[in-house]
Design a protein around this ligand. Structure first.
Ligand code: F0G
Length: 459
């Protein structure tokens, strides 16, 4: 008999979680104004709100925490981080930040001005938020295929080079401070970008004299997909693939809470010294001195170790197979999601599930609430609430896709938990015809409203 697949780790510490009744959940979600972010974690049974900062660190990472150097300046922990970023990610200059959006804040404070254009492949919401907050414009150049949830493409998160070149032709280079390539493409469903596309995006940017920024939150997962799916990479190690991929970029922003498997942290890395000096001022003002930038010494140690460990094949194989396993259970039950299964998450296709809920009543949010009521599972809406209002017209934006993301934390849940999630999805799917009403907003903020929005059931 063939020996089946199993996880590339064993478990040393556990954290109890608790089930609840449907009546309790009805009460709790009402008290939370129908915003899943406002629930207490104790009110959630399986939390797939995000894979950000929710992973289980390794014994090596925890031991690195004990050796943290908390010196204000020149800490050895910073040196460990700097060495890891240079060795693994190829960037000689690094500024630690407290998380990914802080790296974006430092970078964009130093480089963006009103009216600037920042093209990219589905900018993540904080990236877009930071761009639009500065009255610059995020131009989406993702391939059209990304918005067809049924298409099975190996690299569905890619940049459309024609759209990108049109943008470069339309605006002068002085108005385009950078182009952002997000790997994997979170907003498009955790879909990867091929090495070919990374290289060609880089070549096009450089032809027009525009720096390429890689948003590398899930760079290691992207490298895994390149190894598994792109010709010529099967025999290369993840570390070799990562080095090649990142060598095409001039700047890297990193949310270490994802692929470096730490609970908090990020960094901004680059090659250009002038840019580094420009960014330094904003880093010192907003984050902290350049050798800690908002992180504890112990956290920088754990981050350096996490970068090393999570660029090994077995860790990534275990992780991505678990997401694929959840996808295969949903296939069994016929529940539609963005195909193929992404690196960090399954994105349920809410428009195909809740066909009777009008878009003005927030289809994906409604699905998120139903799944919570069903079994205490907390996903996150990637739809029109997240899309915010158009900054110019003030109207709601309705993206092509209404998705409910189920993001799987790294090394945190077992496949039994995946079975529970899949069964809950099936139950909601089976009673989809009876769900005809969604929700309306009663309170919201002008930017990044989804975190704090308050809703009530539509009449
Ligand atoms: N870029 C991408 C692609 C992300 O997914 C995130 C965060 C960020 C940047 C910002 O990083 O949270 O450390 O400030 N994504 C989380 C998520 C929040 O749930 O997908 P951060």
């Amino acid at each position: 008999m063939e020996i089946p697949f199993s996880e590339a780790y064993r478990i040393k510490m556990v954290e109890p979680i608790h089930k609840s009744t449907r009546e309790q959940r009805e009460q709790w979600i009402k008290q939370a104004h129908y915003n899943l972010f406002s629930l207490k974690s104790s009110q959630v049974f399986i939390d797939v709100l995000t894979d950000s900062g929710t992973g289980a660190m390794s014994d090596r990472q925890w031991s690195g925490m004990m050796l943290g150097d908390e010196s204000y300046a020149g800490a050895s922990s910073f040196q460990n981080l700097k060495d890891a970023v240079e060795k693994i990610c190829t960037f000689p200059l690094v500024i630690p930040t407290h998380q990914g959006r802080a790296a974006e804040n430092v970078l964009y404070s130093a480089t963006l001005k009103e009216g600037d254009i920042v093209p990219g492949n589905s900018h993540f919401d904080t990236t877009k938020g930071h761009i639009e907050f500065r009255k610059a414009v995020a131009v989406d150049c993702t391939i059209d295929a990304a918005s067809n949830t049924e298409l099975e493409l190996p690299f569905k998160g890619e940049m459309d080079l024609n759209k990108l070149e049109d943008c470069f032709k339309k605006y002068p280079k002085e108005q385009i401070p950078m182009c952002v390539l997000t790997v994997t493409n979170n907003t498009a469903g955790g879909q990867p970008v091929s090495m070919k596309n990374v290289r060609e995006t880089s070549e096009l940017c450089h032809k027009y004299g525009i720096p390429l920024q890689i948003d590398g939150a899930r760079f290691a997962e992207n490298a895994y997909f390149i190894k598994m799916r792109e010709e010529g990479y099967a025999d290369k190690s993840i570390k070799e693939i990562v080095r090649e991929m990142l060598s095409y970029a001039d700047i890297m922003t990193m949310s270490s809470k994802k692929d470096a498997v730490v609970n908090m942290g990020g960094f901004l890395a680059m090659r250009d010294e002038e840019l580094y000096h420009k960014c330094s001022m904003y880093a010192v003002m907003n984050e902290g001195f350049l050798t800690y930038g908002g992180m504890n010494g112990r956290d920088m140690n754990a981050l350096a170790i996490g970068l090393d460990e999570n660029t090994e094949f077995d860790m990534l194989d275990t992780r991505i197979r678990q997401v694929a396993y959840l996808g295969s259970k949903l296939d069994e039950y016929g529940v539609p999601y963005q195909r193929p299964a992404g690196g960090h998450a399954i994105f349920l296709d809410a428009k195909k599930i809740l066909t009777h809920v009008p878009k003005e009543q927030f289809i994906a949010q409604t699905l998120g609430i139903e799944l919570y009521l069903e079994a205490g599972i907390r996903g996150v809406e990637i739809g029109s609430i997240l899309a915010d209002r158009d900054p110019k017209t003030g109207e709601n934006r309705y993206p092509k896709l209404e998705l409910l993301r189920l993001a799987i934390p790294r090394r945190t849940y077992t496949n039994n938990h995946m079975d529970v999630i899949a069964a809950a999805c099936k139950n909601v799917y089976d009673r989809r015809e009876s769900i005809t009403r969604g929700y309306v907003i009663t309170r919201e903020l002008p930017v990044l409203r989804h975190f704090t929005v308050e809703l009530e059931p539509a009449k």
